[in-house]
Design a protein around this ligand. Structure first.
Ligand SMILES: C[S@@+](CC[C@H](N)C(=O)[O-])C[C@H]1O[C@@H](n2cnc3c(N)ncnc32)[C@H](O)[C@@H]1O
Length: 401
């Protein structure tokens, strides 16, 4: 029996001189190095955003208004460490995410002491302790306003969640296994929910323009299914927009179902919006439904064809079945745009490991192209897939016929 020795690229860098085949058009070494340096700065931005957001630092800075906060003040109002607060504030200002309101620093170290720590730390705390930092309105909206369509803090949280699971992700890449949504944990689940929530608030207005959908949702006694409902915001917003509608959400992730139930209760719609811990493949057991929706989840499902067939069996004749999924390009291209690069990123670190965590799985990944959906739909017995909303945030809406 042969034994396979695994060498990482970093280990091999010492031993094996690299001599890859030259391509016709290659970038310069400097250009590649610059690109990686700027990627490192991007990672630092995201992780520092994650840290600041977890500690409530952006909200505290937003609340302080134009006056801003010193490191000591920030630490005091958020019950955190002044020394870390100062380093973070300086890093955020150095990176252009925060402004410096005024510079009351005393670089000689004669400023106010901020902690009871002693020695070198104490000295370090004193330097620049009077400097005030503030958050501008635009940055506050992007990093701390959960109602804004530009709220992007969850992007940092989602990637931090993947970072926590990196050894498992790398192991999955070796074995073909997966890392489930449950394993990706609370940060991934909540980041997903909070990132999409403001979009779901606006979604009923967009769906109203899709022929036939508004009529079905407004019909007295209508009952619809929302598969892969996650934290339930899509179901809740549809119920808000249509006061007579009953919505049933389905998800296989227990913490998501619990969260969705809590969210429905808090939103005051729990009498009309219920959530089942159930595989979407079993949808027909709960039908018939007047309409079926799948919001940003089909590409995560290990058996999308079975789910689309279940939707066909569960919906009333002529009832809309709507899939909202990523607005991918029609086909793969090496010169992809930023959206496509972002989607591949989600696929590498979130959706493909999640999808492959429930074998047997087709392993779709985030970059589910229209042609892939069409082939799944045909296999599930549908005849056509129509794009009914080409662009809505990162997504598009398809209707199955
Ligand atoms: C990316 S999240 C999307 C959640 C929500 N629709 C949203 O847009 O925020 C995908 C969801 O699909 C769920 N899911 C995956 N496979 C499923 C299946 N076979 N049946 C039901 N839910 C499933 C996951 O547990 C997860 O909550």
């Amino acid at each position: 029996m042969s034994t396979l020795t695994i060498t990482t690229d970093a280990q091999a860098a010492d031993a094996t001189p690299l001599d890859p085949a030259p391509l016709d058009e290659t970038p310069s070494v400097d250009a590649v190095a610059e690109r990686i340096m700027s990627a490192a700065l991007g990672w630092i931005d995201l992780m520092s955003i994650h840290v600041g957001s977890q500690l409530g630092w952006y909200r505290a800075l937003a609340a302080s208004g134009a006056q801003g906060l010193t490191a000591d003040e920030l630490a005091a109002v958020t019950a955190s460490s002044p020394r870390y607060a100062r380093e973070w504030l300086e890093q955020q200002a150095a990176s252009g995410l925060l402004g410096v309101a005024s510079d009351g620093s005393d670089e000689s170290g004669a400023g106010e002491s901020s902690t009871g720590d002693s020695g070198a730390e104490d000295h370090a705390d004193e330097i620049g302790s009077g400097r005030r930092f503030r958050l501008d309105r635009a940055t506050a909206e992007v990093l701390a306003d959960g109602a804004s369509l530009s709220f992007l803090e969850p992007l940092a949280r989602m990637l931090a969640a993947s970072g926590e699971r990196m050894p498992e992700i790398i192991d999955a890449y070796r074995t073909g296994g997966g890392v489930s949504w449950e394993r990706l944990g609370v940060h991934a689940r909540e980041a997903q929910a909070e990132m999409n929530r403001p979009w779901f608030e606006r979604m009923p207005g967009v769906l109203a323009d899709v022929p036939g959908v508004h009529d079905v949702l407004s019909r007295p006694g209508a009952r619809i299914a929302d598969v892969g409902a996650g934290a339930g915001w899509s179901s809740i917003e549809l119920a808000h927009a249509h006061p007579q509608l009953r919505v049933e959400g389905f998800d296989i992730d227990e913490p998501s179902v619990r969260l969705a139930r809590e969210n429905a209760r808090a939103a005051g719609v729990a009498d009309r919006v219920t959530f089942h811990l159930e595989d979407a493949a079993r949808l027909a057991d709960h039908g018939p439904f007047d309409a079926v929706f799948a919001f940003e989840c089909l590409h995560d499902m290990p058996h999308p064809v079975t789910v689309l067939a279940a939707a066909r069996a569960a919906v009333i004749p002529g009832g809309p079945v709507i899939v909202m999924d990523e607005a991918t390009a029609e086909q793969f291209s090496p010169d992809a745009d930023e959206l496509e690069r972002l989607l591949y990123g989600f696929s590498l670190f979130v959706c493909l490991p999640d999808g492959l965590s429930h074998p047997p799985s087709v392993g779709t990944g985030t970059v589910m192209r229209p042609s892939t959906l069409r082939s799944y739909a045909r296999e599930a017995g549908w005849t056509d897939v129509e794009v009914v909303v080409p662009e809505f945030g990162l997504w598009r809406f398809y209707r199955l016929h």
